[in-house]
Design a protein. Structure first.
Length: 430
């Protein structure tokens, strides 16, 4: 069997981890791989994958430069032709798709005028892709704003005396962007796009002020080049664990740090998502219907006992409106708490633990960063162990050992066992 044939998810994992080269794939596998790897990565970076052909530099930056080479050398086609004729990408659709989620004519007119100004300055395919990206970002902002405050985005910025109210309105939108967007780098890009539109309104006399001035500093979205490298230490995470005082706080910390969930995902956790005693999987897991830039299921390598305790305790709190949620709220329309509430409750624990990074109280995003750093360290440790095994057996490298002697399931279980032990040393400190 071809090394990449079989499970599409396994193919995607191998491509992401660099264990499979695009040049080894059949044309059909290239299509599967593009949909499974490139498509969601474009979306995570703020591009519209349905209308965007990735540039060569973008592929290089993402570690997939071999894709363009594979198409050219082995399948006699270009990246653009592959995307448009086979994947279904339609770059021209962006022009027809400049629709905004608002019924307010004046707002739509200003949004389209700003977009037209950006498009008039585009002189290449790459810059046109940038215009589509700007549209996608601003559309997301408009969608959230309209859901919160209605269709008219211009009314709140007509008089300087409205600035405080306008700032409060924008703050609710930025809170949701904080939850939706993965990294400071992406959030910074969204902020620059939003601010650019408001600056356009001010410069053309359609607004008295820019309501998002200062919001990049306020939210910490200050560096588009930030590599998001700072992460809490094991001891800092232990201090957080020791500082939890209730079962609810324990679950919140475990969900953020031991499972690597976003705060919005934590807020909406429901009992139907949990499979605690699976017959068809190596261990308990959480299932997500849709999940941005991540797997549809998350293995519970640690903390299933906390879930069981919480489910037993929270049942008494449920009403018809809140039934099933692990963090119910009778005051919210959704039946569960918001991502902002998760943030606030985490801050309470963090201040109690007196855990800071760079002089500021730690926030939930650092827990997710901790999870990624811990998993990366575990993978490196596992590879070092495999290096020793390879050397003992006279193998040329650990890659030979992986490809010829270790099944993927075995390798995955080695890493999961190591991660399970790591998490237990940190979070079993109550």
């Amino acid at each position: 069997m071809h090394p990449a044939e079989g499970d599409p998810e396994e193919l995607a994992v191998r491509l992401r981890e660099g264990r499979e080269k695009w040049s080894n794939l059949s044309f059909e596998e290239l299509l599967v791989g593009y949909r499974a790897v490139i498509w969601p990565r474009l979306a995570a970076e703020g591009y519209d994958p349905e209308t965007t052909v990735p540039t060569r530099q973008w592929l290089v930056d993402q570690g997939h430069r071999n894709l363009e080479y594979a198409l050219r050398e082995y399948h006699d086609t270009t990246l653009r032709r592959f995307c448009t004729e086979h994947v279904g990408v339609d770059p021209d659709a962006a022009d027809d798709r400049a629709e905004w989620p608002t019924e307010n004519d004046a707002t739509r007119e200003r949004l389209n005028a700003w977009l037209a100004e950006k498009r008039d300055r585009s002189e290449s395919i790459e810059s046109e892709n940038t215009v589509r990206t700007l549209y996608s970002r601003l559309k997301t902002y408009v969608e959230i704003y309209v859901d919160e405050w209605g269709d008219d985005l211009l009314a709140a910025v007509q008089d300087e005396n409205q600035r405080r109210d306008a700032n409060d309105m924008v703050e609710t939108v930025y809170d949701q962007l904080q939850d939706r967007l993965e990294t400071t780098q992406t959030r910074h890009k969204y902020h620059r796009t939003i601010s650019s539109w408001y600056d356009y309104l001010v410069n053309t006399g359609r607004a008295a002020f820019n309501p998002v001035d200062g919001f990049a500093n306020r939210y910490g979205w200050t560096s588009a080049d930030s590599k998001e490298t700072t992460a809490p230490s094991d001891e800092q995470m232990r201090e957080l664990a020791r500082a939890t005082e209730t079962l609810e706080e324990r679950l919140l910390l475990v969900a953020l740090g031991a499972w690597g969930l976003r705060r919005g995902e934590v807020a909406a956790l429901h009992r139907r998502q949990f499979t605690l005693d699976p017959a068809d999987a190596p261990g308990p897991y959480i299932e997500f219907g849709q999940r941005k830039n991540g797997p549809g299921t998350v293995a519970l390598l640690y903390g299933d006992d906390v879930v069981r305790e919480r489910l037993a305790a929270v049942t008494e709190e449920w009403t018809d409106h809140t039934s099933g949620y692990l963090f119910p709220s009778t005051r919210s329309e959704s039946g569960h708490i918001s991502g902002t509430t998760v943030y606030n409750r985490f801050q309470t624990v963090a201040k109690r633990a007196d855990v800071e990074i760079d002089g500021s109280t730690i926030t939930p995003k650092y827990c997710r960063r901790y999870w990624y750093n811990a998993y990366t360290a575990v993978m490196n440790d596992a590879d070092e162990w495999l290096d020793e095994v390879a050397a003992a057996q006279g193998s040329a490298s650990v890659d030979v050992l992986k490809q010829n002697y270790l099944e993927a399931d075995t390798l995955r279980e080695i890493r999961r066992d190591s991660m399970r032990e790591q998490l237990a040393t940190v979070f079993s400190t109550y």
